[in-house]
Design a protein around this ligand. Structure first.
Ligand code: NAP
Length: 586
């Protein structure tokens, strides 16, 4: 019953890539409750932006698709008719308002059904600040992230059994007797958390592809792998695997950023890093500018996207999309707010910005940029819907449609939106540079402050090595150590061997003072320990300490290609474990 528009062409997919004509047919679902109000308003704004940006050479041909209550009326009670599913596949890109989930048994949530039936495995939620939007943060402008939340697995897979049922009892017995599982009370409700390599990798792949295409700075993998090793920990490992195996020329890891590049991010490379989920919430409040693209599992992503959205204006303006392999359904992230239905009252921001992301997804960046630039201008004049008006002094409360009129007026009066975009790009670059300078100047301090948990010697090593030739006198070497406030020196190989050595304060005490020799008469090469005990930078802290214990030494040298690049002492390991804790391997 949905009808194709008279004009327009369908988007096609060739060799896995979308081909977007200048007159694409896009689907839209009006939605329930406040859906029709916001959809009507947004369609006008998107069309105005496209018209202004391309002078009429590009135009969207909209096709209404039916889901929710409107579908139920037309399709004899069917809230999600099969034809809508098919048409969403055919038109490739659609946008939808919020939908009511019918109450009563036997209904899947329409949104869940949509994700599952179209295999839209990535829930993509960009969150950024727009000037003038009320925010509880001191510097909300630092927030500009895009969250890729896995949409199909995790505890949302629906494999759970109610306490006291035969199924829960059966699973309980199986876990205790067959798998010898412990640590849960009898008659618990039980749920299963499936996390697969397939599901994790396709999500992370999408996040990295996005980061590359949009020249973003980093991709952060958020997980709770320190506790749930084989689900969340595995997600982290698979994420790094996909990054290394499929995007080697585009990425570096955060470990390499410090160990190989001394904190300087090479041009054009994206840093892959990971953070523990609970710390991430804190970091998004305290150091949000360090995060960019975020990739995480279903439950973490659910919490995190709402929490970050709340930092910059709440769900009223947070956009979202569910994306699979090419097929994408953009959507308002809030619900149907039934008490405001048909009052022309609510904020169209969430759907509006979902449309902005949709335009970017099509590659129509200029039209998207116009809306992004127009929005804060209208806010500056304090023309806002009721939800912002109640948080702003001196605001003029306007209706949904009036707000859209103001945005359109602004778009039509604007010059080149690329200028606004260029200013923003410049500000982001400056801010990145400042952070880089700090990383270079104070690597350990910055690493700790940025919430990274050190895992390897490369993470905690001191890079300020002082090396000397073996024929330098011990006296000279001692002056050098005092001047640099260090307790050991690295000794270069002599003519006879390629072995590097190390001379420590203890060597001086034992082999010079205790042995009653003159430091001016003894050469460093004569008392240095050779060859130095060295480990590669990816050595775990556990293996590093094993090496120290076996060699009865207090420090190891970190090497790369046979050349020392850093040094780790027992004090460094002690401090790290004191600060970050220690999870013994099982
Ligand atoms: P909701 O519809 O999101 O509304 C909760 C509150 O959020 C509203 O009362 C309003 O706050 C505020 N709000 C939501 N959208 C707004 C907008 N555009 N502008 C300004 N304020 C906005 O959540 P709900 O009441 O829990 O859910 C209602 C229905 O929506 C349910 O049937 C649920 O299943 C469905 N739902 C659908 C989706 C979806 O389709 N994606 C998502 C979530 C929920 P104030 O009262 O403070 O003004």
């Amino acid at each position: 019953m949905a009808e194709y528009p008279k004009d327009g062409q369908k988007i096609t997919v060739q060799d896995g890539k979308m081909v977007v004509p200048d007159n694409p047919i896009l689907g839209y679902v009006e939605g329930d409750g406040i859906g029709p109000d916001i959809t009507r308003a947004c369609l006008r704004v998107w069309d105005a932006a496209v018209k202004k940006a391309y002078n009429g050479t590009r135009k969207v041909h909209w096709m209404e698709l039916f889901m929710g209550e409107k579908a139920a009326e037309k399709f004899g009670g069917n809230y999600f008719p099969p034809e809508t599913l098919e048409l969403m596949k055919e038109v490739v890109v659609s946008i939808k308002g919020p939908l009511t989930t019918p109450v009563g048994g036997g209904f899947r949530s329409l949104n869940v059904a949509l994700r599952q039936d179209l295999d839209l495995y990535a829930c993509v939620r960009p969150v950024r600040y727009y000037e003038g939007v009320p925010s509880p943060l001191k510097r909300p402008e630092e927030i500009d992230v895009i969250i890729f939340r896995e949409n199909t697995e995790d505890v949302y897979a629906g494999i759970e059994y109610q306490s006291g049922t035969a199924e829960a009892e059966k699973l309980d017995v199986f876990l205790r007797t067959e798998l010898k599982a412990k640590g849960f009370f009898e008659k618990s409700g039980l749920g299963i958390k499936p996390i697969s390599a397939f599901g994790s990798k396709r999500l992370v792949r999408k996040a990295i592809q996005y980061a590359i295409e949009h020249k973003r700075e980093s991709v952060t993998i958020v997980h709770k792998g320190n506790i749930m090793k084989f689900t969340e920990g595995a997600f982290r490992n698979w994420a790094y695997e996909v990054a290394r195996e499929e995007f080697a020329e585009h990425i570096i890891t955060e470990e390499e950023l410090y160990s190989k590049y001394n904190g300087k991010q090479p041009e054009g490379k994206i840093v892959i890093k990971d953070r523990i989920a609970d710390i991430m919430f804190q970091l998004m409040l305290l150091r949000p500018s360090e995060f960019d693209v975020i990739a995480t599992m279903n439950l973490n992503g659910d919490f995190l996207s709402d929490a970050i959205a709340a930092e910059v204006g709440g769900v009223g303006i947070a956009p979202g999309a569910n994306i699979g392999d090419n097929i994408a359904v953009f959507e308002a992230t809030h619900g149907t707010a039934p008490k405001y239905a048909n009052q022309d009252k609510v904020n169209p921001g969430s759907l509006l910005f979902s449309g902005v992301d949709m335009l970017e997804y099509l590659g129509w960046k200029e039209a998207a940029a116009l809306i992004v630039a127009a929005y804060p201008e209208v806010l500056k004049r304090k023309f806002v819907t009721y939800d912002f008006a109640r948080q702003m002094d001196g605001a003029t409360e306007v209706s949904t449609s009036r707000f859209a009129d103001e945005i359109i007026k602004q778009i039509e009066s604007m010059g080149d939106a690329t200028e606004v975009q260029a200013r923003r790009t410049k500000a982001i670059q400056q801010e990145r540079k400042q952070r880089e300078d700090l990383r270079v100047a104070k690597p350990m301090e910055q690493m700790v402050a940025s919430g990274r948990t050190p895992h390897t010697v490369g993470d905690i090593m001191a890079m300020s090595l002082v090396t000397v030739r073996p024929n330098v006198t011990v006296e000279e070497a001692m002056h050098l150590m005092r001047k640099n406030r260090i307790s050991s020196l690295i000794v270069q190989p002599d003519d006879d061997s390629n072995d590097w050595g190390i001379m420590t304060q203890t060597d001086v005490l034992v082999k010079i003072i205790h042995a009653n020799r003159s430091p001016a008469a003894v050469k460093v090469g004569q008392i240095a320990t050779k060859p130095v005990r060295a480990v590669p930078s990816d050595t775990s802290l556990h293996d590093c300490v094993t090496s120290m214990t076996e060699g009865n030494i207090r420090r190891v040298v970190v090497e790369k290609n046979g050349v020392p690049i850093g040094i780790v002492s027992d004090t460094d390991v002690f401090r790290t474990v004191e600060e970050f804790g220690w999870l013994p391997a099982e």
